[in-house]
Write a protein that binds this ligand. Sequence first.
Ligand code: AHR
Length: 656
Amino acid sequence: MTFKKLISAAAAVCAAASLSGQTAQLDIDLKKVGAPIQETMYGIFFEDINFAADGGLYAEMLMNRSFEYPNDRLQGWRAFGKVEVRSDGPFERNPHYVRLSDPGHAHKHTGLANNGWFGLGVKEGGQYRFSFWARSDKKVSLRVELFDQASMGEQQQFCSEKISVDSREWTRYQLILNSPLTMQKAGLRLFMETRDAYVDLEHVSLFPTDTYNGHENGMRKDLAEALADLKPGIFRFPGGCIVEGTDLATRYNWKNSVGPVENRPLNENRWEYTFTHRFFPDYYQSYGLGFFEFFQLSEEIGAEPLPILSVGLACQFQNNDESAHASLDELQPFIDDALDLIEFANGPADSQWGGLRASMGHPEPFGLKYLGIGNEQWDQTYPDHLRPFVEQIRAKYPEIKIVGSSGPDSEGAKFDYLWPEMRKLGADLVDEHFYRPYEWFLAQGNRYDNYDRKGPKVFAGEYACHARGKKYNHYKAALLEAAFMTGLERNADIVHMATYAPLFAHVEGWQWRPDLIWYDNLNSFRTVSWHVQQLYGQYRGSNVLTLTMEGKPVAGNDDQQGLFASAVVEGNLIYVKVANVSEEERQLSFNFTTKSKKDSIKAVKRIDLCSDKLYEDNSLEAPENIVPTEKALSGTGKAINATIAAQSFSVFVFEK
Ligand code: AHR
């Protein structure tokens, strides 16, 4: 039987049942501790795709808060009465605002309503900070309410507060709305109650007060917690293709994403229009979740930040014409963006960009160590563009590790061309991307065993198992990711970072799947792939141990019973990860070679990820449909036996 063939939908049995095949003896050498496993080894890839930022992790609840959506300044709003869009507002990079005036009749009303991206999710007992900038010609009373448009009750509003605007100069106002109930799709509405007056409103915003770590311009708590719980070592942001832009003008421009949120200019989001079969004409980037927030979040979840910046090439998938890209003599502003970013992250508080960071509330440096230049680039134009970045970054900041790209493919002409080029340029790491089918993951167990050890290290920067015709989250895909990752771990001397992609998806707003974490307006769930990542993050270990079967790495080869395995050590604990992709339960024997004859190993526990629901995953309705289970493991000595269920993944924990 060839285990590199597609595993079929046979019932997996998690409990021990009849054994078949011979015992697989996994030899683990404790006499020699292998390569250190980098703290950055397992991490997070963030891109604003699938409404990952606005409408997702970024906790802002109102769409188009600054009235800057370019096709319709009131997109996302429903205006009634007399509402006029004006363009001489207080924030020069977001100049539009609205003027609300007397509707002209005692029985008419002026105001605005906003349903956020997919409705406003509010929770019983939850507090929501409603804030806005305003000025008026006299004291104006506003009534602000949360409401249910679909209500059959006497009244639609279920929470209502009043606030007066009494300043002729632009001033920030805020009030707290206390929701008495939980609602998935509420709306926010405000009425101007004063007649014979006007009030100007700008940056109209609604945030839960209960954000991750309580930041006012904060993150949705359940989603940020799902990141922290991964125990990530690296946090790559802000993408992905979004870094490049469909044209250079719309690339992610980090300098527009810092400073006061009110003055961060809107950018388009290419995922608005990239796929017309999943089309979202109201998808923009407010940059409210900007580089300061990315750095802050990295720090708070314990991950090293890894920003990726434009190399001056617009998305090469979308542009064949050279004129779309910056020419080599136009590159300096892009290089300056990279140098200035390092100063923003690490510079002293009295430097220009370090000063901006300090003014935003973080005088201490963020300690940036890694910087990626370019995302999915290819052809000679990429090394040509990258070279001056490398030269200038090396000259000014020799301590920064530079991440280059190997293009969009896991192998083939572009990949084969770029790896040697990255080596020549002296990139510290090379970013590889692979969204590939079952067969690819099954065949790649040995991928890194024979990589050149002298060149750059590997950053598996975007990957996920995409079965043909099954591009959705399911257990089998996650199992193959787990199997493949044993090869990352075994080769931790060269693989220094790995990040599954994409990270987030709103159930009503996705363009791309599978994704690691899904959510609606109120709730979220962690996919089986998330649990695989979490198990690797939690049981990362400090050093690789050599694990072999009949003298060979265990990588799902034809004579290896469908097993993939790797081992690491951390202090006196040994973590052995085994994936069994076969349709048979396997009998395992862990054989330890110890330093001294009298050393004995004690089995501690095992964590199993096992299911016969091969094409299912977790969901909002059943968030724990398939989750790991932990149980004690018994046995002492140098040879410890255990079984592993068909089509399952386990982490075995032993003590030295
Ligand atoms: O993760 C989605 C996209 O896949 C990324 O933006 C891009 O880098 C890759 O092609």
